[in-house]
Design a protein around this ligand. Structure first.
Ligand code: ADP
Ligand code: MG
Length: 260
């Protein structure tokens, strides 16, 4: 059965969407069946997957609010080799409409109940806030992957986020765990980044991925070509880093599956 991983951090611009589409494409390239769910009304993951958010007939709105069956909402033609539940500004309305519905925090989990087994991995791109959409993601997910930039105050924000995740999990999804913490937009020449990175490892130990995503202009350019970096410039350091991350996640899982 597919593992559902929410990619979340209440801060904007930390690399959530970049991680979501590039990790999903890397997993798909290893012949895994992958689904991306865009829950951010900005629709950046949708556009970065080569799907026009202005043209897409249905989005996460229909899935969550109108309870349109998954098969009628999913987009199977993306540039990343994965399936997609799209988002656009309609999803902002979903956040408001959800307030009024029954079981508002578990709509996504219910929508995925019958489709999880079709996928090896389901990645959810969360909006940069802890709203009802993010709560739906946390409620549907097995784990949370937190991308972060190693800058001043990052650790403080991360501790607060981890705290919020555990409080939220206690209410909506007690089995939720931290999948891993990913250092993004990393510059090895930056002394502060190295210091924050060391502290991060002290605090969170094995939860910090060994793979580090470097600051790489190809990762920033790829969305304007409507494709993950590996289909825009496969030799770029950014594309290679996300392939390495996919490998690390797969290896971790194999180790957990094999008894010591
Ligand atoms: P979020 O989804 O958390 O808001 P994004 O993934 O959209 O963050 O990233 C914010 C901006 O930084 C985007 O313009 C993106 O292209 C750029 N970016 C993300 N990761 C990298 C990276 N490793 N190197 C260079 N630019 C990056
Ligand atoms: Mg984003």
């Amino acid at each position: 059965m597919g593992r559902v991983i929410a990619i979340a951090n209440q801060k904007g611009g930390v690399g959530k969407t970049t991680t979501c589409v590039n990790l999903a494409a890397s997993m798909a390239a290893t012949r895994r069946k992958v689904l991306v769910i865009d829950l951010d009304p900005q629709g950046n993951a949708t556009m970065a997957s080569g799907v026009d958010k202005y043209e897409v007939p249905r989005t996460a709105y229909e899935l969550l609010v109108d309870e349109v069956p998954f098969a009628q909402v999913v987009v199977s033609e993306t540039s990343g080799g994965y399936d997609l539940i799209a988002a656009n500004s309609d999803v902002t309305a979903a956040e408001i409409r959800l307030m009024e519905v029954f079981a508002r925090e578990s709509r996504l989990r219910t929508a995925l109940a019958g489709v999880r087994e079709q996928y090896d991995y389901i990645f959810i791109d969360c909006p940069p806030s802890l709203n009802l959409l993010t709560v739906n993601a946390m409620s549907a997910a097995d784990s949370v992957l937190v991308p972060m930039q190693c800058e001043y105050f990052a650790l403080e924000g991360l501790t607060a986020l981890v705290d919020t995740i555990s409080k939220l999990a206690a209410v909506v999804n007690p089995a939720l765990c931290i999948e891993g913490i990913l250092r993004t937009m990393y510059d090895h020449r930056n002394r502060l980044a190295n210091e924050v990175s060391d502290q991060l490892k002290q605090h969170f130990g094995d939860k910090v991925y060994r793979t580090i995503i470097p600051r790489n202009v190809r990762l920033a350019e790829a969305p304007s070509f409507g494709a993950p970096a590996m289909y825009y410039d496969k030799s770029s350091l950014g594309a290679k880093a996300y392939l390495a991350l996919a490998g690390e996640i797969l290896r971790r899982e194999e180790q957990l599956a094999t008894p010591a």
